[in-house]
Design a protein around this ligand. Structure first.
Ligand SMILES: Cc1ncc(COP(=O)(O)O)c(C=O)c1O
Length: 465
């Protein structure tokens, strides 16, 4: 049994730092400048971490964030929504009214499952993508990130396999790793997840005697790949998973952000019993409110509520009521159209700058919604190694390696067009093209661009990744 901190000598080998601290503690002498209570070095605590913390590492995007957010750097790295078009004045009036009229309930604890009226409104939103659901089967979460954590918590034991597209969303990979799952990637192409690759991966994993718990998929306007699962592939993906008893975890924060207002039938609408669906207000309203949701088959929803209760008691009542009021008092669908137009303009700026400036041998996806272009540099370029040089040229991106579990994605990068203005996007892509051209010159001359210490950006950011 582990000890809980009163007897440091019981916890195994000690470091020199610990020995000093423990000696001081035993002799009862406080080190100078400290109180008389026992002093333990940081190591004494870090050595007691649970094994699962080994999978908790800073995302590359997080480390980059501080550098990329300098004003002189054009950041194509983060995934922050552009909130400039929100009707802040009328929103603040609504929030003030909410607190003065309904403050007693808005500032109180609420149900673990979420505010009932908001759950009804969430069902109306999901209907736009073909989902028919009952508010009882919806649980409101602190962003869909929390839902991902909860789903993994209730389904996965250490060593269980989670299938995820390669590349995949950093935040999801972080949750899966934190529960010590084995993440196995499934290949995509321009039409999203490849059913043939899914079959093959399932066969390989099963042959190794491993247990697959679920397939995590982002069917629409993928982060980071920028592609959408073809409609004609959807039934096939669902059939394959159903045949093998694999649950589908459908993550759909960008589904309403098609640049032509187009939507696609949610996987959940086609197989309600085998799909857990995640939605979010982060991209269609305000990411800082941290309101998302999970829709799950009834029994699963019950277990999710228990898991959520133990984590947060309940999602923030005020934030849920703000979202609910916004939906009922504002033309939120009109606002989504404004977002679609803004992001389309920025996507266009990025694609035309890429066409204009990139050297031969580069390749990239052409998203018709969402926030991201997935870019592949020519042979010889290592996007992660190149990042410090790019930042010196005042442009930042998220290197592809961060979007995989394992050593993949070295030539890839994610370029976000959601936040910078079209002019800044153009300038950022021009700088990036220069950086890549310089890198290719080095590769041609010396055979490689040289491994320099990764000074500066070690990793990044909030998507915020
Ligand atoms: C695919 C995907 N899922 C989930 C999230 C997290 O969303 P939320 O803000 O609701 O936690 C993001 C955020 O970037 C995302 O891109």
């Amino acid at each position: 049994m582990s000890d809980h901190g009163t007897q440091p000598s019981d916890t195994g080998p000690t470091t020199p730092d610990q020995q000093v601290s423990q000696g001081e503690a035993r002799s009862g002498q406080a080190p100078q400048g400290h109180s008389a209570s026992p002093v333990y070095s940081l190591d004494a605590h870090t050595q007691r971490y649970a094994q699962r913390t080994a999978g908790m590492t800073a995302s590359e995007i997080r480390a980059l964030f501080s550098v990329a957010s300098r004003p002189e750097v054009v950041s194509l790295a983060g995934g922050m929504p552009n909130l400039a078009a929100l009707p802040l004045d009328s929103l603040s009036e609504e929030v003030a009214r909410l607190v003065s009229v309904d403050g007693q309930s808005a500032l109180q604890y609420g149900s673990a499952q979420g505010v009932p009226q908001l759950r009804e409104q969430i069902c109306e939103i999901m209907a736009l993508e073909g989902i028919s659901a009952h508010p009882d089967d919806v649980m409101v979460t602190v962003g869909s990130q929390m839902a991902m954590d909860m789903v993994t918590r209730i389904f996965c034991d250490p060593g269980d396999v989670v299938l995820a597209e390669g590349p995949s969303f950093v935040g999801a990979l972080g949750s899966f790793a934190a529960y010590q799952t084995d993440i196995v990637h499934v290949a995509m192409d321009d039409d999203g997840l490849r059913p043939d690759a899914l079959r093959e991966t399932i066969d390989n994993v099963t042959r190794q005697g491993k247990r697959i718990k679920f397939l995590y998929t982002i069917p629409n306007f993928h982060n980071p790949a920028g592609v959408t699962l073809a409609v004609e592939r959807r039934a096939e993906v669902l059939d394959i998973c159903a045949q093998h008893g694999i649950l589908v975890l459908e993550d759909n924060p960008y589904g309403l952000l098609g640049f032509d207002g187009q939507t696609y039938p949610a996987l959940r609408s086609q197989d309600p019993d085998n799909v857990v669906y995640l939605g979010s207000f982060s991209k269609i309203f305000a990411s800082g409110l941290r309101v998302g949701w999970v829709l799950a088959p009834h029994a699963v929803r019950e277990k999710l509520v228990l898991a959520a209760e133990s984590a947060t008691l309940c999602p923030p009542t005020l934030n849920q009521m703000i979202v609910s009021r916004y939906l009922s008092t504002h033309d939120w669908q009109g606002q989504v159209k404004v977002f679609q137009e803004q992001y389309r303009e920025r996507r266009d700026a990025m694609l035309s700058a890429l066409e204009q400036h990139m050297p031969a041998g580069c390749d990239w996806t052409h998203p018709d919604g969402g926030f991201y272009v997935w870019f592949t540099a020519p042979e010889g370029v290592d996007a992660k190694e190149m990042l410090p040089r790019a930042v010196t040229q005042r442009v930042a991106y998220a290197s592809g390696t961060g979007f995989y579990s394992g050593e993949f994605g070295h030539r890839q990068m994610r370029l976000s067009f959601c936040y910078p203005t079209p002019e800044r996007i153009h300038e950022g892509v021009r700088r990036l093209a220069n950086t890549i051209t310089d890198e290719l010159d080095l590769v041609r001359t010396f055979g490689s661009a040289g491994r320099r210490p990764a000074s500066g950006p070690q990793a990044p950011s909030p998507d915020t990744a």
